[in-house]
Design a binder for this molecule. Structure first.
Ligand code: UP5
Ligand code: MG
Length: 195
């Protein structure tokens, strides 16, 4: 028997652009499940018995990207574990070509990606936000943030451009507005998309 496809929206944007903040609001407002690839990796890093803890921590500190086999499996497991939902917000993934190819290989037939929500934000403001987040993340220091931004520019932005070519990007400006003002625009976009 065929199970209907999982609805997916990817959420991308530079470090500190507000992906996690806005996904929490979309989850409340629209009955989507929020899955942050970064949060899942941070959890896996702490899990007793994980064989990937050290590798994940190294990538997170260096701002480099964990091999897709690990991340995609964590995402799929989290989707399965979360049961029925209208859809899934995949926050901070796919971040490079390896992520994109791995997703298409493993999840392409099981999911329908509706669009990529792109939270655009000037990078200097992003740095400020990360430095003042105060959650004790091991990558919220100036050195790691610089590296995360280099990775974003070199590897993640081209993925946004890839979806742009497919007409699948919905850009929301996530700067110089309050969290609620940014969300009001996202709310409109999701309503217009029929969610
Ligand atoms: N804030 C948010 N919106 C605001 C607004 N409109 N006005 C004023 N302040 C606002 O927000 C950041 C801060 O800004 C918060 O304090 C918030 O209150 C404030 P947040 O919502 O946390 O931003 P977000 O975009 O989620 O930032 P985050 O740092 O989580 O993004 P990253 O993409 O850098 O981090 P992520 O957790 O996705 O990834 C971390 C690392 O994990 C990566 O560098 C990589 O090493 C690894 N990773 C992979 O290898 N593969 C993956 O697939 C995913 C991650
Ligand atoms: Mg986040």
């Amino acid at each position: 028997q065929t199970k209907s496809l999982y609805n997916v929206v990817f959420v991308l944007g530079p470090p500190g652009s507000g992906k996690g903040t806005q996904c929490a609001k979309i989850q409340n407002g629209f009955g989507f499940v929020h899955l942050s690839a970064g949060d899942l990796l941070r959890e896996e890093r702490m899990r007793a018995g994980s064989q990937f803890g050290e590798l994940i921590e190294k990538h997170i500190r260096e701002g480099t990207i964990v091999p897709v086999e690990i991340t995609c499996k964590l995402l799929e497991n989290a989707m399965l574990a979360s049961g029925d939902a209208k859809g899934y917000l995949i926050d901070g993934f796919p971040r490079n070509r390896d992520n994109l190819d791995g997703w298409n290989r493993e999840m392409g037939d099981k999911t329908k990606v509706h669009f990529t929500l792109y939270l655009s934000c000037p990078l200097d403001l992003c740095v400020e936000r990360c430095l003042h987040r105060g959650q004790g993340r091991t990558d919220d220091n100036e050195e790691s943030i610089k590296k995360r931004i280099v990775t974003y520019n070199d590897q993640t932005f081209p993925i946004i451009q890839h979806y742009e070519k497919l007409n699948m990007v919905r850009e929301i400006h996530a700067d110089s507005k309050s969290v609620d003002e940014v969300y009001a625009e996202i709310e409109k976009l999701f309503n217009d998309a029929g969610f």
